[in-house]
Design a binder for this molecule. Structure first.
Ligand SMILES: [Zn+2]
Length: 256
C-alpha cells in the first residue's frame, strides 16, 4: 500500500517543476553522461563527428563555446560538464542538450548559418536549456521521474532505458516557458561576451529563411520571441554590435 502511494506521489510530482527537487544536479550529470555514451555508441542514429577526425572544426567550436561559457550569469557553470559535439548530418537543422551540460549540434544547422553571432546565439540558448535544467524537466515530463532515477541508479533495465531516452533526445520538445527562459538566459550570457546580446533573435530570423528546420519543432516559439529578445538586450543595456569574429567561418569551412 505504501509503495503504491509513494509511486503515485512520484508520478504525480514528475509532471511539475517540483519533481526537479528530487533529481539533483549530480543526477543531471550522471544521466547526461549515460546519454552521451549511448549516443556515442549509436553512429547510425547519431553519426557523431569525432574530434580526432575534425580537429580544426572542433578548435573553432571550442573558441566560440569558450567565449560564451566565460560569461557571467551561468548559474551552473562550474557544476556541469559543458561538452559539445558535432553530428555529421547535413539534412538535420537542429541542436539539442542533455541534462548535465552535454550539447550536440548538427552539421545541417552549421551549414544553414553564415554569421558567427547567430551561431553564438544558438549556443547560448542551448547552454541556457542545460543551465536552467530544462532538459531534465522535459525528460521528466515524458518518462516520469522514476524511470530517470532508475537510469541514474543503474536499476533493472537501466541500459535499455538509457538507449530509448538517447534515441528520442534529439526530438525532445521543450515547453514555451522553457524556451522563453533559454532566450532570456542567452541575452544575459551574451551581454558579457564580444557577441551581440540579442544574437538568438538573429538566429531565429536566419532559421526562418531555411526550409522546415527541426529546430523550431523541438524549440517552440513563445509569442513575440524576436521582439522580446531585442527589447531585453536594450533593457539590460547590452551591446548589440556584431562581433566580427571569424571562428564560425573556420568551423563551417573545415567540416568534412
Ligand atoms: Zn530551445
Amino acid at each position: 500500500m505504501h509503495r503504491i502511494l509513494l509511486g503515485t506521489l512520484i508520478v504525480g510530482m514528475s509532471g511539475c517543476k517540483g519533481g526537479l527537487n528530487l533529481f539533483s544536479v549530480q543526477d543531471d550529470l550522471e544521466l547526461g553522461q549515460q546519454l552521451r555514451d549511448e549516443i556515442a555508441s549509436d553512429p547510425v542514429a547519431y553519426p557523431t563527428l569525432e574530434r580526432a577526425d575534425a580537429p580544426e572544426a572542433y578548435a573553432a567550436l571550442d573558441a566560440i563555446t569558450g567565449r560564451v561559457l566565460a560569461a557571467n550569469g551561468i548559474d551552473l557553470r562550474d557544476e556541469l560538464a559543458w561538452e559539445f559535439r558535432i553530428i555529421d548530418d547535413d539534412t538535420v537543422v537542429n541542436a539539442f542538450a542533455a541534462p548535465g551540460g552535454y550539447v550536440w549540434i548538427y552539421t545541417g544547422l552549421i551549414r544553414t548559418l553564415d554569421n558567427e553571432d547567430s551561431f553564438a546565439g544558438v549556443i547560448a540558448h542551448e547552454i541556457g536549456h542545460a543551465d536552467g535544467r530544462h532538459s531534465t524537466e522535459a525528460l521528466t515530463r515524458v518518462y516520469g521521474l522514476g524511470i530517470l532515477l532508475d537510469v541514474v541508479l543503474g536499476n533493472n533495465g537501466a541500459g535499455a532505458l538509457a538507449g530509448d531516452i538517447a534515441e528520442g533526445l534529439a526530438g525532445l520538445e521543450f515547453s514555451r516557458a522553457n524556451e522563453r527562459d533559454a532566450d532570456e538566459r542567452s541575452v544575459t550570457y551574451l551581454c558579457d561576451t564580444p557577441y551581440a546580446a540579442d544574437s538568438v533573435a538573429m538566429f531565429f530570423e536566419d532559421l526562418g529563411e531555411s526550409n522546415g528546420p527541426t529546430f523550431l519543432s523541438t524549440h517552440p516559439a513563445p509569442a513575440n520571441r524576436v521582439e522580446d529578445v531585442r527589447q531585453l538586450a536594450v533593457d539590460e543595456g547590452c551591446s548589440t554590435e556584431l562581433s566580427g569574429l571569424t571562428d564560425f567561418q573556420t568551423l563551417r569551412d573545415s567540416l568534412p
